[in-house]
Write a protein that binds this ligand. Structure first.
Ligand code: MG
Length: 169
């Protein structure tokens, strides 16, 4: 049976939690991204925007899909060669980034800049997730998803504060 919207929302939040990612950590990325543009920014404001992003069905669908692939890979349940490609987080695969873009897409062009920046610099929680290559864990999809949620939340915040949107264009 197809899940109701509220169920999907709860599943997505539960998935993030199970995989060891807190909303506060994502909010921290948003804070760091927007601090230079908005002096009165607070962690609460960032958290509020992360939560708003997570209420979008497109975002929930992406979380469920990406995390499922990470988990199946962790259990060795994917077929070869996809199993090895995702396990090794092969640089040329690229579908993890493409999937995460479906989150960034929801909030327009400012999100793309932030997403690219986070993907390149890999701060904080993203570094931790990206550092899975020599462990049993697989976060090939989740690191990009977390970056995309932060980028989307930052761009949502910028849209609410036009003075930020102007400098970031
Ligand atoms: Mg990745």
């Amino acid at each position: 049976m197809v899940q109701k919207g509220s169920d999907l929302h709860n599943f997505a939040l539960e998935r993030l939690k199970e995989r060891g990612v807190s909303l506060e950590e994502i909010a921290e990325l948003v804070f760091d991204l927007q601090k230079p543009y908005l002096s009165e920014i607070t962690m609460d404001l960032c958290l509020e925007n992360v939560k708003a992003v997570l209420r979008k069905r497109e975002v929930q669908n992406t979380i469920l899909t990406g995390v499922e692939l990470d988990v199946l890979c962790e259990k060795g349940l994917l077929s070869s060669p996809l199993q090895e490609i995702i396990k090794e987080d092969e640089g040329l695969y690229g579908i993890d980034e493409i999937l995460a873009l479906s989150i960034v897409n929801v909030y327009g062009s400012i999100g793309f800049t932030n997403y690219g920046y986070l993907d390149k610099t890999k701060p904080k929680v993203i570094a931790r997730l990206d550092d899975h290559k020599n462990t049993q864990e697989t976060h090939t999809f989740l690191d990009d998803i977390v970056g995309a949620i932060a980028a989307a939340a930052a761009s949502r915040l910028a849209h609410d504060n036009p003075e930020i949107s102007d400098v970031m264009k």
